[in-house]
Structure formats: structure tokens, C-alpha cells
Design a protein around this ligand. Structure first.
Ligand code: ADP
Ligand code: 5RP
Length: 533
């Protein structure tokens, strides 16, 4: 049911090219060839076949856009659409969104993928989304998370770092729940953000709040009216234990005892495993807004990285002659790379990796423990470096003259200037430290900053291309650093499975293969193997 899709702004399409956009469990479901797509449509449209297809809609809310996919019961992708969503940065390190804007985008993309379809064949709907914090009042209306009192902006995004002081105090408690987030709570998790709201927006937000949702759970509530939370969100971002539930002593110790007093009704006291059906399914109101039939099944949600991780870690790789065929799923590391990169590895027994989130039980693959390493800005960092360079306008002009994306142009430019040497050698004198937004894993130090060494006075297109390469390499070294920490703690990883927007960049995939020295699979080419040096 879950899917997580790559991103091309404002597009809706059908057919074989859709495969290149998938980053979730749909990755290896089947052959998304146009023949298959047409077959399933013919069956649908004629209505005469005995075994008529059932269809499912998956909605994936990333940082920059919302994507929907329509798949049939075999997992074949039939239609795809995406739509950008709004983001605000009212001050440095404050990142906000609007839950109404996000829901409206979910409705737009869902309507697009079901266009021309017999909607009575649609059997179910599922959501995944970023782990951002949505705040609603007791009547489920948006509350402002900002000093301006703008209630439209009622979402504190996952990458928001406003609660630095609060997370510092939480970490000083050394409470035992911190063992399950790599020993150090991240400012990107929900407890510090809640404490910030209580300490900074008491009257306008905290006192009026009736519901604090992780964004994936907000979407499933919006679709069903059921306020149950996903085990995935609560375990990974809210300190909930699959085994022991909430720990009252943690919330009391950090100054959020009010959440305990009302039996966690504001943050969730009914918890379901990802994929479990919610209530009576899609409400009539949500059905109208989405263009779907009321009452169809709606699944308990997943965080976006976990949806992508579930998809690639569970991929059936038989028959492609891959090295990883026959190796256990615990030897796979899923790297979900979009705005950020998330490194998802699973194990049968809990593994405690300093600076790497988890171990989380059953939060992604049922019955397995999950460790989640991460780099908070990867796609966003590449954009920051490239767009901030003096030669960016020239790059844009040249790429558009060739009808290429700026990244395709930069990759071919690197090929041109590398001459006979391997492309990686172009950066022997230029190095990037990629922690421009702190280090999520394995140093777990939000105070770290980015760094570039080896700059010269020239600022031409060659310099931009080499800076871009050094940034991609720095990100790949970050992945290697995370793998080394996970292996030192007991993981045994042999294959990286990349998915998300960045996995469409061959240079990004190649540098991960070269620098980690492992087998790397990306979403686009299941059949071809990226070599290692
Ligand atoms: N074809 C491509 N080549 C290079 N980079 C790409 C490509 N498509 C998307 N990206 C990059 O991937 C990132 C977005 O990935 P995506 O998975 O859509 O993110 P999110 O889920 O965070 O919204 C952006 O930084 C974008 O520049
Ligand atoms: O913390 C995370 C998952 O646990 C992600 O970084 C967050 O959800 C953002 O995802 P994306 O980079 O795909 O927008």
C-alpha cells in the first residue's frame, strides 16, 4: 500500500517512464512496461473481464512536494502525479508549513491519478509523510507555531532547529529513553519542539492545543477521523516504546507533565502498526475532497523515509544476478535520499549504535529492530552550494540551451574537464565538510557547521562543477562514516539500496559506490550494477 515517489514539479503522467520516479515499495513490484499498463486499463475500462483489477492510491508527502501513485493489485504503477507544497522560513532555523496546504495538495494529486478511472475499483489509500509536527486546537483547527500568530503556518517542519536550548536540557537529563535514539535526542524530534511551544507560545498555541500530530498521522486522521497514531511515528520521533508504551517519568522530567496528566490524549493514546486499517475507512467528507469512494480502507501511515526503506529493504531481487541475492535482508542498507538522506538498517536483535537513531522495534519492518542514521541536508545542501555560486546563472543558461537539468549538465561538464583521470580526482585540492545543518549521525552534534577548504579566486563554471563534485563526495563520505559506526556496533552491511530524488543523479550513486566500496543499487536500473573502484 505504501509508496514514496521521486519528484518532478507539476507533473502528472502514465506509463513506463513512471518507474523512474518511484522510491518506495513499488520499486521492484513488477514490470511497469506500457503493455502491462495498457492491459490493466483495458480491463478496467471495458469492465468485461472476470478478474477485474483492484487499485490502490499511495500518497507520499516529501519536504518539497506531494506525490501520488495509482497502482493495481499486482503493484503495477498505473499513474503518477505531483504537486509542490509551500514552505516558510520566517527566521533562521525556523521552518514552517501549512497542514491545509499539504492536504489540498494531497487532494490535487489524488484526483489527477484517478482521472478517467472507475473509482469503484479503488480499494484502499495510504499515506507517508515527513516527520513534521502538526498543531491543531481542540476543534481540530490549525494553531500558529510562530510569533506572528499566523495560524495557516501550523506545522513545525522536521528540519526546524528552533528548539536547540530545549533539546540541550532534554539531553542533560540522560533519561533512559535516550538510549533508543542513539544516546542523544535530535532537535529534529518532537519532544524539544513541544517544549519550545510550551515555553515560547504558551497563550497563542500551547494552552489552546488539543492535538499534536506527526504529519503522517495528521493525514490519516484527516482521511478517516481516527486519531490513532502509527507505531512508526511514535517510536521513532516521540520516545514511545513498542513494548512498554509511554514513559511518564521522561515527560515529567523534561517539563511536559501536562501531556501525561490527560493520559497522552494530545499526542496519542491509541497506537496501531503501520498498514493496519483505520476505523471505518475514508469518511464521506474526505472522499469528496479526494475524489475517492467513501468507506475504502485507509492504512495507518509511515514516515516517508520508513516507507522508502520498507520498499527497498523488502525488494525481491531474485533473477537479476545480483550479488545481494541470497544474502539476508539485514545485510541491506536503504538510503532514502531527497532533501535529507536517511540510512535504514534492520536487525533481529537490538543494536545500540552511538549517534544513530534507534534501535526501534517494529517501526519499519514488523518484527525487526531498526537503526536510522541520517544526514539532515543532502539534496538541500547540493542545491545550496550550486545555486549560491557566482557561475550559477551561466550554468542555468547553458543547461537550458541544451534542454538538460543543471545536474545532467554539471555531470557532463565534469566528464569534459576530467580529461584522462578518474572524475573523483578533480577534487584533490578542494574539500567540503557537509554539516551545514549540524551532524545528525554518527556525531549527533547539531552545533557543527559546514566548511570548504581549497577555494581560489576564480569563480567560473569549472570551479562550480568541482565544488558540486566535492559536495557530492562529502555526502558520500558521510554515508561511509555512518556505515562504519553501524558496523562497529554489530551490523553487517553489504549492499546499499538508494532511492529518492538524489538517486536519479548518476554521479551521486557512483560516488556512493566508490567511496563506500560496496554494492550500490539505485531505483532506476535494477539490472545494471554500479562498479566500485
Ligand atoms: N534527476 C535528478 N538529478 C539530480 N538530482 C535530482 C533529480 N531529481 C531530483 N533531484 C534532487 O533530489 C532532491 C529532492 O528529492 P525528493 O525525493 O523529491 O525530496 P523530498 O522527498 O525531500 O521532497 C532535490 O535536491 C533535487 O535536486
Ligand atoms: O527524519 C526523517 C525521517 O526519519 C526525514 O529526514 C524527514 O522525514 C525528511 O524526509 P525528506 O528528506 O525525504 O523530505
Amino acid at each position: 500500500m505504501f509508496c514514496s515517489l521521486g519528484h518532478q514539479p507539476n507533473q502528472s503522467c502514465r506509463g513506463s517512464s513512471l518507474r523512474n520516479r518511484i522510491k518506495g515499495p513499488l520499486v521492484v513490484t513488477s514490470h511497469v512496461g506500457s503493455a502491462l499498463v495498457h492491459d490493466s486499463w483495458r480491463t478496467t475500462m471495458s469492465g468485461g473481464e472476470q478478474e477485474m483489477s483492484s487499485y490502490y492510491v499511495g500518497v507520499d508527502v516529501g519536504t518539497g512536494s506531494v506525490r501520488a501513485a495509482l497502482v493495481d493489485q499486482r503493484g503495477v504503477l498505473v499513474a503518477f502525479a505531483d504537486q509542490p507544497i509551500k514552505k516558510w522560513e520566517p527566521q533562521f532555523n525556523h521552518h514552517e508549513q501549512s497542514s491545509e496546504d499539504i492536504w489540498a495538495a494531497c487532494c490535487v494529486v489524488t484526483k489527477k491519478v484517478i482521472q478517467g478511472m472507475d473509482i469503484n475499483r479503488i480499494r484502499g489509500l495510504g499515506f507517508d509523510a515527513t516527520c513534521s509536527l502538526v498543531v491543531l486546537d481542540t476543534h481540530f483547527c490549525p494553531l500558529p507555531v510562530n510569533n506572528e500568530g499566523d495560524s495557516h503556518r501550523n506545522v513545525i517542519m522536521w528540519l526546524d532547529h528552533r528548539a536547540v536550548n530545549q533539546v540541550g536540557r532534554i539531553n542533560k537529563t540522560k533519561h533512559s529513553v535516550l538510549q533508543y535514539v542513539g544516546g542523544v535526542m535530535s532537535v529534529e524530534m518532537q519532544a524539544p519542539k513541544l517544549l519550545w511551544l510550551k515555553e515560547n507560545l504558551r497563550e497563542t498555541c500551547w494552552d489552546k492545543a488539543g492535538h499534536f500530530f506527526d504529519l503522517p498521522d495528521f493525514l490519516s486522521w484527516k482521511a478517516t477521523g481516527v486519531t490513532a497514531r502509527s507505531l512508526c511515528s511514535l517510536v521513532c520521533k516521540w520516545t514511545y516504546s513498542a513494548d512498554k508504551g509511554w514513559d511518564d517519568s521522561f515527560w515529567k522530567m523534561v517539563g511536559l507533565e501536562d501531556l501525561v496528566a490527560d493520559n497522552y490524549s494530545k499526542i496519542g493514546n491509541q497506537v496501531l502498526p503501520p498498514g493496519a486499517p483505520l476505523g471505518s475507512g475514508l469518511t464521506p467528507e474526505a472522499a469528496r475532497e479526494l475524489g475517492l469512494p467513501p468507506g475504502i480502507a485507509v492504512a495507518t501511515s509511515l514516515i516517508d523515509a520508513h516507507a522508502g526503506g520498507l520498499g527497498v529493504i523488502g525488494a525481491d531481487v531474485r533473477g537479476h544476478g545480483l550479488v545481494c541475492e541470497g544474502q539476508p535482508v539485514t545485510s541491506r542498507l536503504a538510503v532514502i535520499c531527497g532533501t535529507s538522506s536517511c540510512h535504514m538498517g534492520i536487525s533481529k536483535d537490538p543494536i545500540f549504535v552511538p549517534g544513530v537513531w534507534g534501535p526501534y522495534f517494529s517501526a519499519m519492518v514488523p518484527g525487526f529492530w531498526l537503526n536510522e542514521g541520517g544526514q539532515s541536508v543532502t539534496g538541500k545542501l547540493i542545491e545550496h552550494m550550486v545555486q549560491g555560486h557566482a557561475a550559477f546563472p551561466e550554468l542555468q543558461a547553458k543547461a537550458s540551451a541544451r534542454c538538460q537539468s543543471i545536474y545532467a549538465y554539471l555531470n557532463s561538464h565534469l566528464d569534459l574537464i576530467k580529461k584522462a583521470q578518474p572524475v573523483g580526482f578533480l577534487t584533490v585540492d578542494l574539500h567540503v565538510w557537509p554539516d551545514f545543518h549540524g551532524n545528525r549521525s554518527p556525531l549527533a552534534d547539531l552545533t557543527l557547521k559546514g566548511m570548504v577548504t581549497g577555494l581560489k579566486l576564480s569563480q567560473d563554471l569549472d570551479d562550480l562543477a568541482i565544488l558540486y563534485l566535492a559536495t557530492v563526495q562529502a555526502i558520500a563520505f558521510g554515508t561511509r562514516f555512518i556505515i562504519e559506526a553501524m558496523e562497529a556496533a554489530g551490523h553487517s552491511l553489504s549492499t546499499l539500496f538508494l532511492c529518492g530524488g538524489l538517486s536519479k543523479n548518476p554521479l551521486f550513486v557512483q560516488m556512493h559506490a566508490d567511496i563506500t566500496g560496496g554494492n550500490v543499487r539505485n531505483e532506476q536500473s535494477w539490472e545494471s550494477c554500479v562498479s566500485k573502484t
